[in-house]
Design a binder for this molecule. Structure first.
Ligand code: MLT
Length: 265
């Protein structure tokens, strides 16, 4: 499938994104410290009649960080501005991990723009005090060693223990291609994100939860908790995969997503 790399000037500044397919739009937000390129396995398998749009969030890939303080709301408003520029009124919207946190922020700002919600390897709750300490340590690692240090620290948690060497190398390369400033801003934004748990019962559109069986960052139990609180949702556990389930098991993940798009519950 032909994947195009685009950039456009939105009301909030320039934004880069990847896209493939034509038809009903699906917006997919990436995790941290990754870029829109993490969605290539799904962009290569867009179901007929659908258009997948994967933005680079502010400070990642081809979208500059700019001088607006990054928060989940900043990222959310940026993606809503991209949708405006592309004249996409409503879409199935979602993301993996931090991308899911951004989807929650978008839903708080503009619930009417959701026709469906995709929550992959993510969670609704805010950081625990220990989680915030971990983030502070990671910010120190970014300052001292840049993206390579972040890659070394995060890779064991991002991928299942038995992940293929080629996948480990590809994810490392993607992390090392990101900017230290973009990663630092995103860690700070994640640290301060609100609890999205109270939002879950307010989601009226259908939702799909996809999570790697061995996800060490946002374990299956987090998805099960969201499943219980969402009115119309379905949960698929991806066997053998870790936190980056869409990259580790692209076929199973893409089938789960396509099943949801073609026959939402
Ligand atoms: C991500 O994958 O986006 C982050 O690791 C999520 C997190 O640290 O909470």
């Amino acid at each position: 499938m032909n994947i195009s790399e685009r950039t456009i000037e939105t009301a909030r500044g320039p934004m880069g994104w990847l896209e493939a397919g034509t038809g009903w739009p699906v917006i997919l937000m990436h995790g941290c410290p990754l870029t829109a390129a993490m969605w290539r396995p799904q962009l290569e398998r867009v179901p007929a009649g659908w258009r997948f749009v994967a933005p680079d969030l502010r400070g990642f890939g081809r979208t500059p960080l700019g001088d607006v303080p990054a928060t989940m709301d900043t990222y959310a408003r940026d993606v809503l501005a991209l949708m405006d520029t592309l004249e996409i009124d409503t879409a199935t919207i979602g993301g993996l991990s931090m991308g899911g946190y951004v989807a929650f922020a978008m839903h708080r700002l503009a619930p009417a723009r959701f026709t469906g919600l995709v929550l992959a390897d993510t969670r609704a709750q805010a950081d625990t005090p220990e989680g915030r300490e971990g983030r502070a340590a990671l910010r120190r690692a970014v300052a001292a060693g840049g993206p390579p240090a972040v890659a070394s620290q995060m890779l064991p948690k991002l991928l299942a223990p038995r992940a293929d060497d080629s996948i480990v190398a590809a994810v490392r390369l993607m992390i090392e291609s990101t900017s230290a400033a973009g990663i630092d801003a995103a860690i700070a934004a994640m640290m301060d994100r609100p609890d999205s748990t109270p939002d879950l019962p307010r989601v009226s559109c259908p939702a799909v939860l996809l999570v790697g069986e061995h996800d060490a960052i946002t374990p299956v139990a987090d998805s099960e908790a969201m499943r219980g609180a969402l009115r119309r949702s379905t949960l698929t556990v991806i066997p053998g995969a870790g936190h980056l389930a869409n990259i580790e098991s692209p076929g199973t993940f893409s089938r789960g997503l396509a099943d949801f798009l073609l026959a939402p519950i």
